[in-house]
Design a protein around this ligand. Sequence first.
Ligand code: 2M8
Length: 405
Amino acid sequence: MLRDAIRVLVANWDGSYTVPSRRLYPHQWSWDSAFIAIGHARWAPRRARSELLSLFGAQWRDGRVPHIVFNPKVPDGAYFPGPDFWQTRAPSGTATSGIIQPPVHALAAWKTHLAEPDPAFLRRIYPRLVAQQEFLRTARRSPEGLISIVHPWESGMDNSPAWDLPLQGVQERPTGFVRRDIDTVNAEERPTDRDYERYVALAKAYRDSGYRRPGAFHIEDPLFNTAYGVAEQALAKIAEVCGLDPEPHEREAAAISAAMVEHLYDGDLFQSRDVNTGHLIHSASAAGLTPLMLTALPGEIADTLIATALDRFALKDGVLPSFSPSAPEFDSVRYWRGPSWINLCWLVWQGLKDRRPDLAGPLADGMLTMVARSGFREYFDPFTLRGHGCWDFSWSAALLLDVVA
Ligand code: 2M8
């Protein structure tokens, strides 16, 4: 299985970074590259460093790391929405999107360094990682101290049922675009056409504001905020290696953790908050379990989250669904509405390793079992373990290498 994981990563390598999958996602994606670097670190640390440096090569002047960096050699129209739609470039000249994804990159940089210590790499990437966080503080932080996203694609969990309610406010029905995703993958396993209309409408509105003004979708998401906090935890360690003061990062990590507990915790699970209405969006998304990664999370809240994971997400069985099967919106095959994803399992696994090794073990076994049963698929039916979405999906391979290391 390990040899197959490396084979997937080699096949998807593009010279300095890795595509998530050759046909469905033929460019560089932001949080994919972070997860992929974590896997590369286990067998080819040089590739892990290259993966991250190549992504940050497309960082914008304002510090944002775009969610897609387009490969100019890939024909226009191979992926929608492509460069023609986003109409923007990084200072390096490369065409990119204008939205972002969860900032899991500092963690990836730290894990890359742990696999093969390289202070020069850390010194090079540290200011870029800090600028990425700085963008979030400047452009996306609310008075409550939480970081917001402006598009479902920014959450990484595109069609999560948690977004059903806020998306109802998007009435426009843009026409004249052609989806490319359903050329490769069954339409029942992807977001609906109505979802896509809303994605396009939101992205257009944000683009037309010069990638500045949040619109109808303006959300504080627990996974994104967790990633932000985990980045500060990692930056504290990186700063120390670079001979810098870790304290501001430690303070920031504690502050985001406290803000999340105050504003996003519903007593069972962390929820998203709609900035436009000020209300929590009550859903049963596994994103709400990821705050287990925050070291400053109070012990009793971690215990409650674990109880929720056992009760509503069948954590003991080791195959964590992306949405609770006991909720009416659950769908075992449709993308982020229920299937089990290796990256989400991995994030929760990270949060459990120290707190509850007895539960982290089965979760690691669950990831191995899914892949052993169905290969390096994009996502898995949490009951039958059948694979869905594309084949030879990079982060499924990469994170597997980390799990078994
Ligand atoms: C999916 O998102 C893209 C848009 O960014 C898409 O559906 O085309 C999501 O699963 C996202 O989390 C992931 O980063 C991306 C590439 O794997 O695909």
